[in-house]
Design a protein around this ligand. Structure first.
Ligand code: TTP
Length: 410
């Protein structure tokens, strides 16, 4: 069986982290998001077809042409927007057999795929999808069911409870006939949920499997922190491959990659994951749920907690990084501090695609893009975003979002 993985989207809601790259290659717990998708599909498939468009060269470079010895074929999304259009783009690579489809920007585990295939076969279905029960479906497609079959899909039904569509499907090749008839939606997209409604209307059997494991849809920046925390708390093995100097304290589980040096006085409380060739300490405090990538520097008198620091980035002297995401090759000047809590203890709000959204978190720090230079003694308000390739001068108070490629001085 083949798997089609959708990875052509622009990831607008994840800016500034997607300013210059597709979201599926952003690393969480030091691995690209799409790596988890491929890993969990791998036992069931013999080839991956990845649908690409936005910044596709970066995706192809990051993943290469095989995964666990199985070939990856890249196909460019046909003109037009939406998941149905993305799936249609893979048509010429699909033969007579059923195939799995998964969004490339979600996290799910292997049991889900097993149950999905089980439901498809048991029901002798034409399609099947994975669902999970939520109290509030305002951000989801609601799956309505009758017995063991799906009776309809309603996009963004509002604040109601029920089964949400998780973005993992199995289809017979006949789906392409229905995709061809799918009209463009109000959002201006060809959506696979509309295709499913057409199939159901035409009497096709659409089965479902209820997933009870962990799932996350990486749409907004704080979803990266949620997934990071889950992976570190549930999937991390204590393993030290680097050098830990005498006088450093490591409270397991902590994973430290080859070539990384942890200097004396560093105090690391797991779960913490540190990549390869990074420099940690002396005298720093790394608290739980922190991922630090390859080639990073976390130096003297620095505290990091519940954060993601991507490859090649530095918090080198006197920094506090709390509940924050720092993109690749970004440097924080000495004394730069992220605030992660409002004085009124209210939820931190973040601007997403021009609208202020409640993150649902009372602790959320900065979201900093790639290749950013932050000067000394910069203070960053909770939930503020700094665009990639920006320059923040010394002593600036970042109380509003900084767009991509901007210079901000006092
Ligand atoms: P979305 O998260 O709905 O879209 P997006 O990735 O573009 O993000 P944003 O809304 O923040 O801009 O996409 C769901 C999945 O489908 C995701 O894996 C990307 C993929 N996709 C495509 O491959 N092609 C498309 O045209 C669209 C809209 C999505």
């Amino acid at each position: 069986m083949k798997a089609v993985v959708l990875a052509a989207g622009k990831g607008e809601r994840l800016r500034p982290l997607t300013d210059d790259r597709p979201k599926v290659i952003l690393k969480v717990a030091n691995r690209p998001i799409i790596g988890y998708v491929l890993e969990n599909l791998d036992p069931f498939v013999d080839e991956f077809i990845i649908v690409v468009r936005y910044e596709k060269e970066k995706l192809i470079k990051a993943l290469g042409d095989e995964f666990n010895g199985k070939p990856i074929t890249y196909v460019e999304q046909l003109p037009g927007e939406g998941t149905a259009k993305a799936i249609e783009s893979a048509r010429k690579h699909i033969g007579e057999e059923e195939f799995i489809v998964a969004n490339g920007d979600i996290y799910f585990e292997i049991e889900g795929v097993k149950d999905l295939i089980g439901a498809f076969r048991r029901e002798k279905a034409d399609a099947a999808l994975l669902v999970k029960e939520f109290d509030d479906l305002s951000h989801f497609g609601k799956i309505e069911v009758e017995g063991s079959l799906v009776s309809g899909v309603k996009e963004k039904p509002g604040k109601v409870s029920g089964y949400a569509n998780l973005g993992v499907y199995i289809f017979k090749p006949e789906v392409f006939e229905f995709i061809g008839k799918t009209p463009v939606s109000k959002r201006g997209e060809y959506e696979i949920t509309d295709t499913l409604n057409l199939m159901i209307g035409a009497g096709r059997r659409v089965a479902y499997a209820v997933y009870s494991g962990y799932w996350n849809d990486i749409g907004r920046p704080w979803n990266l922190l949620e997934l990071n925390e889950y992976l570190l708390k549930n999937r991390l093995r204590h393993e030290i491959r680097g050098i830990v100097e005498a006088g450093a304290t490591i409270v397991p589980p902590v994973e430290i990659g080859e070539g990384t040096v942890v200097r004396s006085g560093a105090y690391i409380v797991g779960p913490v994951k540190i990549g390869r060739n990074s420099r940690i300490g002396p005298n720093c405090f790394i608290r739980p749920a922190t991922s630090i990538g390859d080639g990073c520097h976390v130096g003297n008198a620095v505290e990091v907690k519940n954060s993601i620091i991507m490859d090649g980035s530095n918090a080198p002297h006197l920094n506090y990084v709390g509940d924050s995401i720092i993109g690749e090759n970004t440097n924080l000047g000495a004394g730069t501090i992220t605030a992660n809590l409002r004085h009124d203890r209210g939820n931190v709000k973040v601007e997403v695609k021009g609208k202020l959204e409640d993150s649902g978190r009372h602790k959320l720090g900065a979201i900093i893009g790639h290749n950013v230079k932050v000067g000394i003694n910069v203070s960053i308000y909770p939930g503020r975003k700094i665009g990639s390739n920006s320059f923040i001068g010394p002593g600036v108070i970042v109380d509003r979002n900084v767009p991509q490629g901007h210079i901000v001085t006092v």
